[in-house]
Design a protein around this ligand. Sequence first.
Ligand code: B12
Length: 316
Amino acid sequence: MDRFNSGLTLTSSEVAELLEVHPSTVKRWCNDGELISEKTAGGHRRLNLGDVMAFARARHIATVLTPFEPYEPHVWAALQELRQEGSFGRLHALAMSWVSRGQIRRLGLLYDALARDASVGLCRFCDDGVRDLMVRVGEAWARGQLRVGEEHLVSQAMYEVLVKLRSDQREQMMPARGGPDRPVAVVGTMEGNQHHLGSMCVRILLERRGWEVFYLGPDVPIEDFGVVQRGRSAELVCISLAPPTAAGDVARAVRVLEGLYDPTQPYALALGGELRGDVDRALLAGPFRDLEIHDSLISLCGQLDRLDSLRAGSPR
Ligand code: B12
């Protein structure tokens, strides 16, 4: 830990970002000797992360790293790798090391911070941050390295991160909410399927984009997607299809929804998740306003853009 800690040096602008102050304030603190700094041959200031965190603690300055003591250097390095190189590798390795030691609260705090990091964005947070970590968790469980209970603790922690993110988002969007013209969507996970973190991600994305979402949660009878769509005049139905849902289940689901389709209340269908097998492409020619199968949240954005322009072009 010490070796890692002492090896981490920050520029003065990184320190300013970390302490959430203006760079000139950092410069002043350095000049006054309150913050220890060294200068490179080129005259640029360098500060040791450990010194900066000790200074922050003494001054009661809360930083993004404060909750992670004694792992501040590890978290800082992981966040920097993510911001500068776009890689989640170090962050996932750190998260998995906490998972294996049962440090689930820390994991939740890290993902809370990540969810609010503007440089990451919601789609990357969900697709690369949450999903890829959960794939690692699933692999560790399949190899017998994690107990079922431990896997449940992690998925519950991720669920809570998403619930919190959604509730903060709703508060921030409060003034804009409740407009009469908000498009309506129905979101849930396929019947027989308990995996619903993917559905939660979809729900958050849609709400962020101004949709009113009726969220049905996990294990939803397929007919009920159609019934709720009609009852709420929804313009979009999103169904998550994580394993054990297979291509054959998707075909059956689409047929059921076709049977319930009311052309006077048209809607688009978005299916998504880590699907087993190839879906018969002929299915994509159903009565729906639009039907797409996605493997990620970012891929849904294209369909939503199209629906937005359809809405903009059609009188309501
Ligand atoms: C957490 C978890 C669970 C939790 C789920 C809790 C919850 N609240 O959701 C619990 C413990 C309940 C569970 C149960 C089971 N699980 Co499980 N589970 C997982 C695990 C570890 C993570 C899944 C997850 O939450 N991922 C995070 C989310 C965010 O990712 P995602 O669902 O892929 O969603 C992303 C995209 O796919 C996409 N997306 C998803 N849906 C949609 C929808 C739309 C419209 C769009 C646009 C995009 C989209 O966007 C999301 C963001 O990127 C996976 C491992 C893995 N490789 O995924 C195993 C895994 C899926 N489970 C597995 C198994 C075997 C089971 C059980 C059968 C175990 C058992 N014996 O009981 C049961 C099945 C229960 C059931 N009938 O559903 C296997 C499936 C193997 C297979 N190929 O069939 C996996 C792969 C683990 C493994 N390595 O073997 N599981």
